[in-house]
Ligand binder design. Structure first.
Ligand code: APR
Length: 257
């Protein structure tokens, strides 16, 4: 289970870190309150703030970091049952984790839908408008096209229901870079069997690991990349992870995330 904290090392602000989090830096959007940027009623009233944010978050601008590539390495080793992410930045896909192993619980920018006639909209047209500061509109009915990001109050993608099978099967739960503030995602942290260890790697102690700790919980507080690198070292996978990152960075042709 991961959240925005695994993408801050890639340069994407999280939501709730005091000062640096997105919700502390929305003053220029003139919102009634920060979360309005992800609310449908506000979006239909004024879609500009969301699309300005979308332009900033444009997936092409960022690269995965060691936390993403650690999760990719787990997959390569046949140890990743599923990765549940709240992130909409697409960095899990960019790290090479196959869609079959991913549940993007809060959606992603990978697809977009007309808010009026519900026609799917091709990504390239959508991004051309967003990057040119135009509100993307449906070519058929001229309704506003919204990326398939889950706004507050909207249903989560069907794939989220995989948790009903996955979590009872898991024999280890990793929780990386999330405040565990948003439901129903946060409750997944309680969905593993009581005998299953839960490892939290996060700047602060959060969610049920704070208010309902279990005997098998392990908590590594601090920077998520440092915490992951300590775990990788203990596993003896440091060289493998570095090789993977070098190979993938070469493919992405980008600076080290
Ligand atoms: N290392 C370790 N922890 C970090 C780092 C880092 N480099 N950067 C941030 N964190 C921690 C923060 O301290 C915080 O506990 O990650 C957590 C991020 O929490 P949020 O900003 O609330 O992000 P997230 O948990 O993903 O938010 C959940 O809220 O607004 C909605 O839909 C949005 O998906 C989002 C959901």
């Amino acid at each position: 289970m991961v959240g925005a904290g695994i993408s801050t090392p890639s340069g994407i602000p999280d939501f709730r870190s005091p000062g640096s989090g997105l919700y502390s830096n929305l003053r220029q959007y003139d919102l009634p309150y920060p979360e309005a940027i992800f609310e449908l009623t506000f979006f239909f009233h004024n879609p500009k703030p969301f699309f300005t944010l979308a332009k900033e978050l444009n997936p092409g601008h960022y690269r995965p970091n060691a936390a993403h590539y650690f999760l990719r390495l787990l997959h390569e080793k046949g140890l990743l049952l599923r990765l549940y992410t709240q992130n909409i930045d697409g960095l899990e896909r960019a790290s090479g984790i196959p869609a079959s192993k991913l549940v993007e619980a809060h959606g992603s920018f990978a697809s977009a839908t007309c808010t009026v006639c519900r026609r799917p909209s091709p990504g390239e047209g959508f991004w051309a408008d967003v990057m040119a500061d135009r509100i993307p509109r449906c070519p058929v009915c001229t309704g506003i096209v919204k990326p398939d990001i889950v706004f507050f109050g909207e249903p989560l993608p069907q794939r989220f229901l995989l948790h009903v099978v996955d979590f009872p099967m898991a024999d280890l739960l990793l929780i990386l870079g999330t405040s565990l503030e948003v439901e129903p995602f946060a409750s997944l942290s309680e969905a593993v069997r009581s005998s299953v260890p839960r490892l939290l790697i996060n700047r602060d102690l959060v969610g049920s690991l704070a208010w309902s700790p279990r005997s098998q919980d392990v908590v590594q507080l601090g920077d998520v990349v440092q915490g992951v690198e300590m775990l990788v070292e203990l596993l003896g996978w440091t060289a493998e992870l570095q090789d993977l990152i070098q190979r993938e960075m070469g493919k992405l042709g980008g600076r080290d995330g």
